[in-house]
Design a protein around this ligand. Structure first.
Ligand SMILES: Nc1ncnc2c1ncn2[C@@H]1O[C@H](COP(=O)(O)OP(=O)(O)OP(=O)(O)O)[C@@H](O)[C@H]1O
Ligand SMILES: Nc1ncnc2c1ncn2[C@@H]1O[C@H](COP(=O)(O)OP(=O)(O)OP(=O)(O)O)[C@@H](O)[C@H]1O
Ligand SMILES: [Mg+2]
Ligand SMILES: [Mg+2]
Lengths: 256, 256
């Protein structure tokens, strides 16, 4: 059976999509069967890995709305061990359409039920909000990875994020855990980065990954070629960091 | 009478809050009466300018829900010519509570009706989403400033953003215009930045500000002291860029 992990933080631009794509790619390279679910109407995870996202039907929207068989929304990314459920703008409509629907928080969880057995890991890229899409992601997940930018506003949003996670854990998904807190866009040249890092490590203690993702322009360039960082520049600091993260992640998830 | 301007882009982390705070501060320094409205449940615009946001009641939430007189939600920032309507986590609840309310898109517009006459400019910091809060901001506005990061994912989200603006213009607010498109976090050292800039200028033509905001760590440090960039480091590249933006903005808005 597989483990389902959401990449979530309501603060925008903290590296959720970059982490979802590159962790998924790194796990696939380590022969883990991975499904990446794009749950953000911007469709950045889809756009960063596949070129034909506009031609895909059905997508995440149709499976949340229970209009199509979830298996039909699974597409190959052209890489071994890495499939994707893409997303597009329709997903923004789902939030409104599902408001009064029965069991609206569990739509994704139900959709992934039959897919779980074909993958070792399912990784969900969540949007920058605390809305129904993010709640669906957390309701379907065993755990959540929280990317946190080494910047001041990251600290401000923490308490809201923790509130949301505990609310979902109490009311919707008792087994939800924090998989880890990932420090991103760390810039060795600025003292702000170190101050925020210190603060986050004090706040989350052992939940923070040893791996810190540096600010590295190669990570920002890779999606414009539809490539993971490993395909685009395997020698880059970004590739090294996401490789380290994948190793740390697998150590946490392998049987003793 | 005053002009109401939303700072909006559903892509996260592109510099909406940084632009809202520093443009508002720069206009206040040019003796324009400015009200900054924080419409993001993260409350970053509030946290970046005032220290006591947790003590404020009422806030943006109460005025959207029509529970308090809007004038009561206006607070001084301690700077001349710059007031704020702060926000906190409650605002995330408004989205759900307002779903079936009468005239839910026009709540902010109505709330600002009586405040308009006391300010030359009202600047609204919108959240990273295309939801009811952003629609409220656009429905209340004369125009929108669109910050766009000089990065690949910025290009992907453009068509959705344009769709949303034209949807609001057709259905909710006929007079909504694009005030300008602002290129942010430009990094002179990377070719990606120049490629994206070129692409955006081709796409938006004359709507793009001549002013380009460089990536400048001082802009990221200032909010941790609750200061605008002008108070924190008036000699920085960030301060120079936002001063230039304010001048360009006032040129666009001054009578011939
Ligand atoms: N470590 C890094 N170094 C440099 N750039 C990065 C890094 N991680 C991500 N980026 C770039 O920063 C921007 C924001 O990252 P990304 O889109 O992954 O964040 P996000 O949290 O998914 O954003 P959103 O909130 O909009 O979903 C993107 O342009 C991305 O390419
Ligand atoms: N020009 C810049 N140079 C360097 N850092 C910047 C710049 N502009 C903004 N930042 C920093 O980048 C991060 C994102 O900026 P900001 O929070 O203003 O974006 P936003 O669009 O409001 O994000 P959200 O989508 O979460 O509302 C913040 O930590 C901010 O301090
Ligand atoms: Mg994303
Ligand atoms: Mg913001």
């Amino acid at each position: 059976s597989s483990k389902i992990i959401s990449i979530t933080n309501q603060k925008g631009g903290v590296g959720k999509t970059t982490t979802a794509i590159n962790l998924a790619a790194a796990l696939a390279a380590r022969l883990q069967d991975v499904l990446l679910v794009d749950l953000d109407g911007q469709g950045n995870a889809s756009g960063g890995l596949i070129r034909n996202k506009k031609d895909c039907y059905p997508t995440a929207y149709e499976i949340l709305m229970d209009k199509e068989d979830p298996a039909k929304a699974v597409y190959s990314t052209g890489r071994e061990f890495l499939d994707i459920i893409p997303a597009n703008d329709d997903l923004n409509g789902a939030k409104v359409e599902l408001v009064s629907a029965e069991g609206r928080e569990y739509r994704l969880k139900e959709a992934l039920q039959n897919l779980k057995n074909s993958y070792s890991y399912i990784i969900i890229d969540a949007p920058p909000s605390l809305d129904l899409l993010t709640v669906n992601a957390l309701a379907a997940s065993d755990s959540a990875i929280i990317p946190i930018q080494c910047e001041y506003y990251a600290l401000e949003g923490l308490s809201q994020l923790i509130n949301t996670l505990s609310m979902v854990k109490k009311g919707i998904n008792r087994s939800l855990e924090i998989e880890g807190v990932l420090l991103t866009m760390h810039d060795r040249r600025t003292s702000l980065s170190y101050q925020v890092m210190e603060n986050i490590r004090k706040h989350f203690k052992g939940a923070v990954y040893n791996t810190v993702i540096p600010r590295n322009v190669r990570l920002a360039e890779a999606p414009s070629f539809g490539k993971s960082i490993f395909e685009y520049d395997s020698e880059s600091a970004g590739a090294a960091a996401y490789n380290m993260l994948a190793d740390e992640f697998l150590r946490d998830n392998s049987p003793e």
